[in-house]
Design a protein around this ligand. Structure first.
Ligand code: ADP
Length: 277
């Protein structure tokens, strides 16, 4: 693969074969395959809620013809339709976000980002869910750390990590989020989200960052998951010159850490140019 022979005829010299190395052609083909996979996955994922909505609506339609209709029936089905529609909404939103990140045009105008604000905002967005799951949220760490990038995207990444931590934990457990400087490289900041939930086995730890991959499909679905949360986190990290790390053990919980290049004090206002280490 990646090379082929070309039959050529040169005037006066006759015919021969030329070996053509086609490295870039293979790379292009791989990108094309990934794109095709993504489209196939997206279609598959969209079909589930759309199919459910159609089926639920049909049932209501049929039920409405029944003169002895229980009034609770319509409201029950309407609620289920609304839940599926919400799921579809989240899915479409995440697909658009991920596509934007993959095309690399999400980070056009980097700004100074205050991690305390990011964490506070992300916590606000998961508070209702945490209460519903009886999970206690705590935060701490080194205040005043900053990075260069897109505040909305980094907030989304931290929110996704917190959202997972809450959803894959049991009641009366605790989820903590903390900021720190990297121990070995103070040019890096770390935002860690720690839970005491179900955990992830070693084999699954790399795979969870793949698009649409879920360890437990039923649990992901019942808690409103799309299978895209962690791949969005991974892309946000990469687009900021950072990474996301996972530590986990089944039954003992998980720690997901977003590692990002730090923006130091003297760089204030100098937002053009590459991130300094
Ligand atoms: P989902 O929407 O399914 O949560 P994600 O991409 O956010 O999708 O995560 C992928 C899978 O990784 C999840 O389905 C779940 O199996 C696993 N996972 C993610 N975060 C955690 C966590 N904090 N604890 C246990 N499992 C997790």
């Amino acid at each position: 693969a990646g090379q082929f022979y070309l039959q050529v005829r040169v005037a006066g010299l006759g015919q021969g074969r030329v070996l053509v190395l086609a490295e870039d052609r293979t790379a292009a083909r791989r990108v094309e395959e990934m794109r095709r996979d993504f489209v196939a996955n997206v279609s598959h994922e969209l079909k589930t809620p759309v199919g459910a909505i159609a089926l639920l609506a049909e049932t209501v339609e049929e039920g409405a013809r029944d003169p002895a209709l229980d009034p609770g029936f319509v409201s029950d089905y309407a609620g289920r339709i609304r839940k599926e529609a919400r799921r579809l909404e989240v899915l479409v939103h995440e697909i658009i976000e991920l596509t934007r990140l993959q095309e690399g045009d999400a980070l056009e105008e980097p700004e100074e980002v205050d991690l305390d604000e990011v964490v506070a905002e992300a916590l606000d967005r998961v508070r209702v869910e945490a209460e519903a799951c009886q999970v206690e949220l705590v935060s701490g760490g080194v205040p005043g750390l900053r990075v260069r990038g897109d505040a909305a995207l980094i907030t989304t990444a931290v929110r996704n990590l917190l959202d997972n931590a809450v959803r894959y934990s049991g009641p009366r457990s605790r989820v903590a989020v903390g900021t720190s400087l990297d121990e070995r490289d103070d040019g890096l900041v770390r935002v860690a989200v720690v839970d005491q939930g179900v955990g992830i086995s070693k084999d699954e730890q790399d795979r969870v960052f793949e698009r649409f991959y879920r360890v437990d499909r039923a649990r992901s679905r019942s808690t409103g998951g799309t299978g895209l949360g962690l791949s969005i986190v991974k892309h946000v990290a990469a687009d900021h010159g950072g990474a996301v790390e996972v530590w986990s053990a089944p039954g003992r919980g998980s720690t997901f850490t977003l590692v990002l290049p730090r923006l130091r004090g003297r760089e204030t206002g100098l937002l053009q140019g590459p991130a300094a280490g």
